[in-house]
Design a protein around this ligand. Structure first.
Ligand SMILES: N[C@@H](CCC(=O)N[C@@H](CS)C(=O)NCC(=O)O)C(=O)O
Length: 210
């Protein structure tokens, strides 16, 4: 049985969504953030040394990092679903956005969060952070005005990976000038599998209010 180590109100919501899209059976081990620090409890370190969520366990196999988990699940259990046929443009886009989500799209948003703890001392960094954020959103908007999903005309693991940076941006009012990004988030939030995962995962500030 697949087991997802899931932290409340976190990126690991995506893994639940993926499993629901594929209609796979899985169990969830729930972890709660420390109410003061927001950190995961130390018990998560017993599952993986990074102590971050998500972590997937499949028998004696343990996988951390959302992109690697999406790749593992679709490759092992997807039977061709949610991955475009290898070799074509859609497949290259799929791989690109599977990496881009956590490798590039989230970075300036994390920097905005971390530097917010510095107050005025962070002022010199803000133009750089804003510039990098804009670069990302302009690029994503350009892509999504030309196709329905990140890897062409069908849902793939890349959409599941990319939803979190866009949800986080939307929550902080950063997508006002990006209608295609907003439309994408709305479409993903309307998917029955997304809503089912939301119910199973519990508290999540970045999803639709249900
Ligand atoms: N790039 C990693 C990020 C993992 C990550 O930072 N997870 C956060 C939840 S959004 C976490 O576990 N934070 C709690 C902590 O670091 O203590 C992924 O996508 O899996």
């Amino acid at each position: 049985m697949l087991r997802v180590h899931h932290l409340n109100n976190s990126r690991s919501q995506r893994v639940l969504w993926l499993l629901e899209e594929l209609a796979l059976s899985y169990e969830i081990k729930h972890y709660s953030r420390d109410p003061k620090t927001g950190h995961a409890p130390p018990s998560l370190k017993l599952i993986h040394p990074l102590g971050r969520a998500p972590v997937l366990q499949d028998g004696d196999i343990t996988v951390a990092e959302t992109g690697a988990i999406i790749d593992y699940i679709t490759r092992t259990y997807g039977v061709g679903r949610l991955i475009p046929p290898p070799g074509g443009k859609a497949y290259n886009d799929y791989i690109h956005f599977l990496h881009f989500g956590e490798g590039s799209a989230i970075l300036p948003q994390l920097l905005a969060l971390y530097t917010s703890f510095l107050g005025d001392a962070s002022a010199p960094l803000q133009p750089i952070i804003n510039r990098e954020m804009k670069k990302n959103f302009d690029y994503i908007e350009y892509h999504l005005t030309r196709r329905e999903y990140f890897a062409g005309e069908q849902l793939s693991g890349a959409d599941i990976q990319m939803v979190f940076p866009l949800e986080a941006a939307k929550t902080h009012g950063r997508l006002v000038k990006y209608p295609a990004c907003l439309d994408f988030v709305e479409r993903m939030h309307a998917r029955p599998a997304y809503l089912k995962a939301l119910k199973r995962g519990g508290h999540y500030d970045y999803g639709p209010k249900v």
